[in-house]
Design a protein around this ligand. Sequence first.
Ligand SMILES: NC(=O)C1=CN([C@@H]2O[C@H](COP(=O)(O)OP(=O)(O)OC[C@H]3O[C@@H](n4cnc5c(N)ncnc54)[C@H](O)[C@@H]3O)[C@@H](O)[C@H]2O)C=CC1
Ligand SMILES: O=C(O)CCC(=O)N[C@@H](CCC(=O)O)C(=O)O
Length: 479
Amino acid sequence: MMHAMLQSFDPATGEVVWEGPAAMPEAVARAVDTARLSHAAWASTPLAQRLAVARAYRGELEKRSDDLARLISRETGKPLWEGRGEVASMIGKVDLSIAAQADRASEKHTATTFGEAVLRHHPHGVMAVLGPYNFPGHLPNGHIVPALLAGNAVLFKPSELTPAVGEAMAQASSDAGLPEGVLSLVQGGKETGAALVAADIDGLLFTGSATAGAHFRRIFADRPKVILALELGGNNPLVVWDGAEGALDVEEVAALVVQSAYVTSGQRCSCARRLILPRGRFGNAVIEAVAMLRDRLRLGAWDEEPTPYMGPLISPEAAARAQQQVGQIVALGAKPIRLLEPLADRRATFVAPALLDVTGLTVPDEEIFAPVLQVTRVADFDSAIAAANATRFGLAAGLVSADLALWQRFVVESRAGVVNRNRPTTGASGAMPFGGLGDSGNHRPSAFYAADYCAYPVASFEAALPTGNRDSLAGMLTA
Ligand SMILES: NC(=O)C1=CN([C@@H]2O[C@H](COP(=O)(O)OP(=O)(O)OC[C@H]3O[C@@H](n4cnc5c(N)ncnc54)[C@H](O)[C@@H]3O)[C@@H](O)[C@H]2O)C=CC1
Ligand SMILES: O=C(O)CCC(=O)N[C@@H](CCC(=O)O)C(=O)O
């Protein structure tokens, strides 16, 4: 049988990191059958044993944390400090998922007059997880760990851009003693993903683009029994407003803006894409400080010294697409404060961040998955909130302001699943829900709330004997 070959590359150098065959539809079908067979035994394994395997998996991640961080950085291009941060999040996810399951999906008994009311949670069965490339470990891990804890079998297809990290995760689970077939890895691109989604699965846990998310919504319209959790992109606003004159330190504000917009070279769903500022001197000062800081950001390969702040984009194609999107906005009349500049003597994946003034323009409401920040100047705070909410997405939003009254309005009126004050839009916590409104998701937030979509609740009223029912009919029966 012919196999399509898959390769991944170090985005900084173009060197091959991984190669191997992509799973063909027949192999995907076999993996789904194996998962179905393995599921029953895993679901009936006592919870204490499933918890022990999860903790052993945490131990395996700890053991190989340095190698895994290096692999993540090499395959995605993100600097090593970020690769290490990602592995720390993966390790932390295990205890957080155990706590989340106890909090949101455990067995609960309540005494009643007849016996007890019992709440249990049952696994759905066979779950497919499709992962993105930007956090190739942490984000699929955030679906897989809770899904396995709940007793599901999982088929995991990593992004075709990051197969090596997916393989390393599967190896860690196997070394942790997860029974064979409970987690299966299927490598490949969209065709492999499409075969997985078309198979007899009980759930799709997806983190990726809004376009693919909308596609899955459509193809599952006739299969309502399949649980669908969609964690998608955003066009996230960050409003900076100096309610009390002089209360904000412009340099601090600029650093927060940079951490929101340019971290991971803008390849986070939670990155700020739109900066909303007041007209006038303060707004001008913020723009100038952001532009100056942008000029000082160190770009480099993942393992370069001195440590870079940001690495390249994932591929030359991704860089070309971002350039084309910036070009389109400039053609619409945007003022380039800074363009998305290719770096001399570097591969085409390296781009210095863009800062564009789009005030008064109608620009596409699209996520540009790159370090591109669009500035809009407004006259008053009402217009700032209206501008922040003027998007079909609703993942993250932020307000930078010392004024508590403004924050109290912002947190109530913002249409987003993550709404921060004086903190970057990025850096979400696994101890909180993470998900968005509108085209950013389907109201099944992940992170701490992933336990909710990994199992369904079963309510039972239980009595030891069928007593009291006859009495309840007394006086209402004919002779
Ligand atoms: N809300 C969230 O938690 C997060 C969302 N994202 C979003 O993910 C995107 C970046 O990741 P990408 O890997 O580019 O996303 P993507 O949507 O291109 O791919 C994600 C996964 O889905 C698969 N896939 C894509 N289209 C498919 C199709 N038609 N049929 C079957 N499988 C398909 C891919 O092979 C990959 O494994 C950004 O839009 C970003 O905002 C990324 C991280 C977190
Ligand atoms: O899933 C979690 O534990 C929390 C969500 C999270 O870690 N979000 C990160 C990265 C997500 C992304 O933007 O791709 C963040 O908000 O920085």
